[in-house]
Design a protein around this ligand. Structure first.
Ligand code: ZN
Length: 433
């Protein structure tokens, strides 16, 4: 089989145009009238799954919604092969509040176009995968974790790593995950049916906007992703003494807010001096929070990400030592509680290679090799990595703005991404099993 895609450019441009139009159509499915918001197990989730299923059927795929609300479409190999392992290609359809229209969504719609470019007709006029493996498009249902505060619920179910205590997580209205399943028409007792076995999967490929400015700064359209960042999150608590704002001289103050502020600046300084370590203090609160009281207590969050688990942990140790010093000098005490930890997930070398070859196929001859970037943002591949090799392709994100209504991607880059991804699948199929 040829490893070059035989598709004329007009067809790929039409595919990219369809992706952009469908991103617009999905953006209208929102819980908010003036913004995009689509959370797990909501009526909007059901509506986008129905639309995606319609488009999958139109592409000749057999469709199903799995036991965790993920939407799937499948093309079996020529000659049946109902049990053939599948190459999963996709991303997610849920969003953050006040979202853009491309994060996740564009990857699902591109996967659909890749299948349309690669599929071959069968004798009865139905469509097939031309490979020894099936092609499956997957639209994950909860990558962002907006509703229940726990990300990757949809892909974790597919990976078979669902934790029992997730059933009792609640949303802002107090609805539990279990109740939301029932309201959505899903049976919590059958969740295990969403899990896939490693033997069923050839791998997982995902195209996603970069959510950062690296490609935009380089003036390039596409990149190979090397890994998805490791992350740890902490709640830090600083304790001093609340006292009268007027009567307490500076040498007697144990101001918890000033200690927390100095901590936030130290975190920035330490992380900036590192390569590929990002630390963010996104929450900072002072107590009792009165205008005329020296703050006796402060709470702050820390989100720490890195390309490698070891570096990330070393930086946390450095931050801890620095905070010991700051708090000691100010007569404060501090404690930390880790609330989240995820190891880095490395994209499979073979899938990185085929994606690189796919991108090279879109470049003029003699152009430099495409960029390889690590992803500081989380993705469904973090969960799927437990059961399958993961490969990711990034699309340029103008100005690197994401999780915001101004999030953008160009039709031209989507066309290049579709071609690169289709070429990647052809290269993968040509690899000896
Ligand atoms: Zn995403």
């Amino acid at each position: 089989m040829s490893t070059r895609l035989d598709a004329d450019p007009d067809r790929i441009d039409a595919a990219a145009g369809r992706v952009m139009a469908r991103c617009d159509e999905l953006a209208r499915v929102s819980a908010a009238s003036d913004a995009i918001e689509r959370v797990y197990l909501s009526p909007e989730h059901a509506r986008v799954n129905r639309l995606a299923a319609e488009w999958m059927r139109e592409a000749g795929m057999a469709t199903r919604q799995d036991a965790a609300g993920n939407q799937l479409g499948r093309l079996d190999p020529v000659g049946g092969g109902r049990d053939a392992p599948a190459l999963l290609i996709g991303s997610h359809l849920d969003t953050v509040p006040d979202a853009g229209r491309y994060d996740g969504i564009v990857g699902v719609l591109m996967a659909l176009e890749v299948v349309r470019l690669l599929r071959v007709p069968g004798e009865e006029g139905e469509w097939h995968s031309p490979f020894a493996f099936a092609l499956e498009v997957i639209a994950f249902s909860d990558e962002e974790g907006t509703r229940f505060g726990k990300a990757l619920l949809g892909s974790s179910a597919v990976a078979g790593v669902w934790a029992e205590d997730w059933w009792t997580l609640t949303d802002a209205e107090g609805t539990t995950v279990r109740e939301a399943f029932l309201d959505f028409g899903l049976d919590p007792g059958r969740l295990g049916e969403a899990a896939r076995r490693p033997a069923e999967l050839v791998g997982y490929l995902e195209a996603h906007i970069e959510q950062g400015p690296q490609l935009d700064r380089r003036g390039e359209s596409l990149a190979v992703v090397s890994s998805i960042a490791s992350a740890r999150r902490f709640q830090l608590h600083v304790e001093g003494q609340a006292r009268h704002a007027g009567g307490t001289p500076y040498d007697m103050r144990r101001d918890a807010l000033l200690g927390a502020s100095e901590a936030a600046l130290a975190i920035e300084r330490i992380c900036r001096a590192e390569h590929h370590i990002i630390g963010t203090v996104g929450q900072l609160e002072a107590f009792p929070g009165a205008v005329n009281i020296v703050p006796g207590e402060a709470r702050l969050s820390l989100d720490l990400r890195g390309e490698f688990d070891g570096e990330r942990d070393r930086v946390w140790d450095a931050i801890s030592r620095e905070l010991d010093g700051i708090m000691g000098r100010r007569g404060l005490r501090w404690t930390s509680r880790q609330v989240h930890s995820a190891p880095a997930v490395f994209c499979a070398p073979l899938l990185q290679d085929v994606i690189r070859e796919g991108i090279v196929a879109t470049l003029p001859a003699g152009t430099q090799t495409p960029a390889t970037l690590f992803s500081p943002a989380g993705h469904d591949g973090m969960a799927i990595g437990a059961i399958a090799d993961v490969g990711m392709l990034f699309l340029r994100n103008p100005d690197g703005i994401s999780h915001h209504p101004d999030e953008a991607v160009s039709t031209g880059d989507v066309a290049l991404g579709i071609r690169a991804l289709a070429e990647s699948v052809l290269h993968l199929a040509a690899e000896p099993a």
